[in-house]
Design a binder for this molecule. Sequence first.
Ligand code: M6R
Length: 326
Amino acid sequence: MDNRERFLNARRIIFVACGTSWHASLIGEYLIEDFCRIPVEVEYASEFRYRNPVIYPDDIVIAVSQSGETADTLAAIELAKQNGAFVYGICNVIGSSIARATDSGTYIHVGPEIGVASTKAFTGQVTVLTMLALMIARVKGTIDQECSRKIAKHLLDLPAVLEEVLRLNDRIADFSKIFTYAHNFIYLGRGYNYPTALEGALKLKEISYIHAEAYAAGELKHGTIALITDHVPVIAIATQKHIFAKTISNIREVKARGAYVVLLVTEDTAVDEGIADVIIRIPKEDDKFTVFPIAVVLQLIAYYASVQKGLDVDQPRNLAKSVTVE
Ligand code: M6R
């Protein structure tokens, strides 16, 4: 069976990954379920390898890894292979162990990542996952030509969109200065931008050593709202039209409890200026594609929080670029 047939006949897709690659995989789940109507699961490789998971021979396991050397992801691949699944790799480092251990795959080709924190790998992984979802959907006929063209155009336009986002650099540097007082941050997102919020929180923890957690905004009322005070800044992403009003009502709740709110919206969104302390407007995009500009804004926030604290952004304490041991 060739790759195309395998993807066409897949009973299920299971992603295995760690850290940032796990966040990109969550976006992969949303994309593949949305475009291709194939059920998807996303597993922490470190859990998957030790928990006796059900794996069918007609499952496709996709291992996502920047370095291609992550020990847990490699072990998850071995388990998938022992159970007869087809394993597809999405790696950055050419010729890496994961690239060699998988049955087939794609390189993201973003060039070497020098800093310990994954940055361009995240956007590269999501780009490849969008292309993969698009290809499967085309072959399966789950999206029409018009939609397929639009997605391809969005991908082609991305470099220009990201250049526009980089123009926000000075503004982000400016407001990030105030964050040195905070010991805890909350990130809120929904839909495609829930994984991006998780990724933003990880970046902040990793390079600025400020504790941060991300939540799906609808979960706020189920406990997290108890954490909100005027010392807990909230970074809120509200880019999805169909649930925009709901997200705004979540933001009103945190604002009413004194939080300093940084709101990320698309430039065509009308918002009451009083709802947030800072409003960052990213280029108008379809919700799935806001993941890219939002990821860059969140990386810049983490970067400037780290710089303000005088930390080494590229070499954060306690971390290695590749986690080759357990
Ligand atoms: O090389 P990998 O993508 O397999 O690495 C997985 C994680 O260790 C990695 O993404 C880690 O979370 C990053 N330092 C996050 O910036």
